[in-house]
Design a protein around this ligand. Sequence first.
Ligand SMILES: [Zn+2]
Ligand SMILES: [Zn+2]
Length: 177
Amino acid sequence: MKKIALRPIGNIDPWILEGLSQALGATFGKAVKIAMPLKELNHAYDPRRNQYRSTAFLDAMSMVEDEERALGVCDIDLYVPGLNFVFGEADPRRKSAVISLYRLRQERYGLPREERLFAERAAKEAIHELGHTYGLGHCGDESCVMHFSNSLPETDRKRALFCESCNRKLKKDGVIR
Ligand SMILES: [Zn+2]
Ligand SMILES: [Zn+2]
């Protein structure tokens, strides 16, 4: 069976990669491997914005033989032209996606650290972006992990789960059983 590859972009805490690996394995019923990190980040950096262009990382997410999807995980601020920032980006055609942990921590907003909340947010973003690579669009159900969010309250409102309708589509397409 082909695997989902989790590819660290730069230095990522092993514990969060482990948590993501478990969440993705449980959600998609597939093996997840933590792949070799991507070390070269400079090509994506935009000094005028002090942010990194997420699409540049999608270009660098090439997959090897035993992988069916690649998810890049970075801890730097991502953007796409036209938006102030993005939590992540997916490309169904490349079968790959990238998420950023940068804006998911409570400490960033002057609040006390909450590791479990941080890990939950990361899992939701990871499942959401991979959901796009498996053909799902945005979902109208606010509690569905495929609901669009560009703020943490929206992320926190949804669950790390697909709604019944998204679930049905994934089953029909043979992604999950
Ligand atoms: Zn989305
Ligand atoms: Zn849904």
